[in-house]
Design a binder for this molecule. Structure first.
Ligand code: ARG
Length: 468
């Protein structure tokens, strides 16, 4: 096998070149260090392509089967290579696969690239990768949902303050709180599914930009690779990275959800709140202050959205203003996409671990839920039931809160005559209405925090997640 005269050893495009590639050019241009991640997808796509050009009469059946078995061997070998094989000198993963195939099969290896371009090849590889990654993230999100449902089931009826503006608003149950995050994560799964279906279209056969000249069956190629359908326009197909943006969007939103949960848990774990105790295994100490137990895992989960959104901004910015069709700028799509998926995977897994090992301090949560006059809406509702317009009821309840603040007590500790001074229709039964249990139980609406509703919702989630 003769090396091309110029360019770089083993380059796929040496013929036209006399001069050698500059080493700095190679440093900026070579992508094997990054796109090694796609080696398995590249081989899968190559096997499918060999069959397609076989059916189109470019390769005979014997050649197809030789190429296929060599590629399968190569896939097994590649699976055991952890670091990108930079010493191979290959420019990118596509060149590496072809180089290795040719090393094994000689001239036959060089036939594989017939009718194909790295432009449709890389788009195919990245789409195959994206489809797999979405599926893997969905499994991880579901595992985190399972952890939250399990924790919620333990505390379906245990009260905790609910906040708006981070001021105590109305009590809810701990199970209700965990299920709020389960719902957010359910939407993340929908977004991942949408990203997956955007990715599941096959560009193979688009070639460099105008479509291949060989009569390949693009529909069969697509379904053979597990894609839903082939792309419809070759120019668009080789320059479309929207599916990668969708993945980064889904990842950013999911990281934002994790970040909100992490922030709440960080607050709950402070000495001032003391609603939860974090496990030693997911916290760290201070090198200076012996008493410290820092919520590092949660803080890093909170930080995760920066990377994900940075990746989204990176990719959207690099795509902006690109002319049709492929431009080398697009090689830079991979670092943000790879990094973001890797990080999201790690964050989802550590989040589940933190949740699995979190203990709620039920008494502290209940104490806080009882405080802050968070039952004052209930008092207003009580008056409404007596026929008083809500606006007036709100006013009366507000004045009674002021009385309670002045006496440094809770609403339910005010003597009956104080209640009656503010409204003659208030009677003794008001006390039963103001208890924490009554306040919770009355939120008995679909999606409400009444313990019975929360238990129902938990049962629904347990059934849909299985194995909780
Ligand atoms: N390494 C390239 C990438 O990731 C592969 C496509 C190269 N295509 C080309 N026409 N140079 O985008």
């Amino acid at each position: 096998m003769s090396e091309p005269a110029g360019a770089q050893p083993g380059a796929m495009w040496g013929g036209r070149f006399e001069g050698k590639a500059d080493e700095l050019f190679r440093a900026v241009n070579d992508s094997l260090g990054v796109d090694w991640e796609l080696v398995q997808q590249d081989i899968r796509g190559s096997i499918a392509w060999a069959h397609a050009i076989g059916r189109a009469g470019v390769l005979n059946p014997d050649e197809v089967s030789k190429i296929e078995s060599a590629l399968r061997e190569l896939a097994a070998e590649a699976a055991s290579i952890a670091e990108p094989p930079l010493s191979s000198g290959a420019e990118d993963v596509h060149s590496w696969v072809e180089q290795e195939l040719t090393r094994r099969l000689g001239p036959l290896g060089k036939k594989l690239h017939t009718g194909r371009s790295r432009n449709d090849q890389v788009a195919t590889d990245l789409r195959l990768w994206a489809v797999e990654q979405c599926a893997a993230r969905i499994v991880e999100v579901r595992a985190l949902q399972r952890s939250l449902v399990t924790l919620g089931a333990k505390h379906a009826a245990d009260p905790i303050p609910g906040y708006t503006h981070l001021q105590r608003a109305q009590p809810v149950t701990i199970g209700h709180w965990t299920l709020a995050y389960v719902e957010m994560l359910a939407r993340d799964i929908e977004r991942m599914e949408a990203a997956r279906s955007m990715a599941a279209r096959s560009p193979l056969g688009s070639a460099a930009l105008a479509g291949t000249t060989f009569p390949v069956d693009r529909v069969a190629l697509a379904s053979g690779l597990g894609f839903a359908e082939p792309t419809r326009n070759s120019l668009d197909a080789v320059s479309d990275r929207d599916f990668a943006l969708d993945l980064l969007h889904a990842s950013s939103v999911c990281c934002m959800h994790l970040s909100r949960m992490a922030e709440e848990m960080i607050i709950f774990a402070t000495g001032e709140f003391a609603f939860i105790t974090l496990d030693d295994s997911v916290t760290s100490g201070s090198s200076l202050m012996p008493q410290k137990k820092n919520p590092d895992a949660l803080e890093l989960i909170r930080a995760g959205v920066g990377r994900a959104l940075g990746g989204y901004t990176n990719l959207l910015t690099l795509l902006k203003g690109l002319t049709l069709a492929y431009n080398k700028d697009m090689q830079e799509d991979k670092p943000p996409v790879f990094d973001s998926m890797r990080r999201l995977s790690l964050l989802l897994r550590i989040a589940a671990r933190v949740i699995d090992r979190t203990t709620f301090n039920v008494a502290a949560c209940a104490r806080a839920a009882r405080g802050g006059h968070a039952n004052s809406t209930e008092l207003a509702d009580y008056l409404v039931e007596k026929g008083i317009p809500f606006r007036d009821a709100h006013e009366v309840a507000g004045k009674l809160v002021r009385e309670a603040i002045a006496r440094d007590c809770s609403l339910e500790d005010l003597p009956l005559e104080v209640f009656r001074k503010h409204h003659a229709q208030i009677e003794k039964d008001v006390y039963a209405r103001l208890t924490l249990d009554a306040v919770l139980a009355r939120r008995d609406v679909l999606g409400g925090t009444a313990p019975a509703r929360v238990k129902d919702a938990i049962a629904v989630w347990q059934r849909s997640l299985g194995g909780v």
